[in-house]
Design a binder for this molecule. Structure first.
Ligand SMILES: [Zn+2]
Length: 266
């Protein structure tokens, strides 16, 4: 009896010991591996979205302009330069007399005439009288003008001071040449010196507010096809005129719209 009792006691002690040993060993094994798993997952997960954002950002593009606006005669962006000829015999349908001082009878397309009249009023409020000597020029008139220059100086020289018929910005009905009220023809008008006159300075600073740009800025002959003409302004609408002016005051239509310019092809 006693030996049986002691065997049972020994067995109970062994079971107890094994159980305790198992409990003690089990604890550290389940605690340790949890943390390192979490740490290695986190940095990988946070890296990927950052890289995705970086590659997505620079896909911004400037608004594209339908190139038909440069050949559509109804558009204010119609191009007439030495690389772009107007349609044969083109005459704008909405020519009117602008309400501004002139040296001779002048007409412009109605929206440009309205804008130039507003501009003249704004300048007058600051004591400056804007005056124009030439606006719309028909193809036939341009032909006789060019032929006269060509007969007097040769066609090479004529190309530098006058447009061939069909290539003149004046034929769009959206352009005008300004003159100084009291300026003599040889000293100030149709000369780089026009930039020093009250009208020249005011136009340079304010014309864009009324939709006009300086069409042939200084140092851009290779791009526009013409030497500096601080007196020649062209209507293109307030939004585009302001955007071009804001790039810099001598930025060109050709540069802004990516339109081909420069000299004649032949
Ligand atoms: Zn002109």
């Amino acid at each position: 009896m006693r030996s049986l009792l002691s065997v049972v006691l020994v067995l109970l002690l062994i079971l107890l010991g094994v159980g305790l040993f198992g409990l003690l060993r089990g604890k550290p094994e389940t605690e340790q591996p949890v943390e390192p798993v979490v740490e290695t997952v986190e940095p990988e997960a946070s890296k990927e979205p950052i890289e995705a954002e970086v590659t997505a950002e620079p896909v911004e593009e400037e608004p594209q302009i339908d190139p038909s606006v440069f050949t559509d005669t109804d558009s204010f962006l119609i191009v007439a330069n030495k690389k772009h000829k107007l349609p044969d015999g083109y005459v704008p349908a909405d020519l009117v007399e602008p309400d501004i001082a002139t040296t001779q009878h002048c007409t412009m397309r109605a929206p440009a005439a309205e804008a130039i009249a507003q501009m003249a009023q704004a300048a007058a409020a600051e004591g400056i009288t804007l005056k124009i000597s030439s606006a719309y020029r028909g193809e036939d008139y341009q032909r006789s003008l060019y032929n006269n220059y060509s007969a007097s100086y040769g066609s090479e020289t004529a190309d530098t001071i006058s447009s061939r018929p069909g290539y003149s910005d004046h034929q769009t009905g959206l352009a005008a040449d300004f003159v100084e009220q009291d300026g003599s023809m040889n000293g100030i008008n149709f000369n780089e010196n026009f930039e020093t006159t009250d009208s020249g300075i005011w136009l340079r600073n304010h014309a864009h507010e009324y939709g006009f740009i300086m069409r042939y800025p200084k140092g851009k002959q290779d791009i526009t096809g013409y030497a500096y003409e601080p007196w020649h302004y062209r209507y293109i609408g307030v939004d585009y005129a302001t955007e071009i002016y804001n790039v810099d005051e001598f930025y060109t239509f050709e540069e802004y719209f990516g339109v081909e310019g420069g000299d004649y092809a032949d």
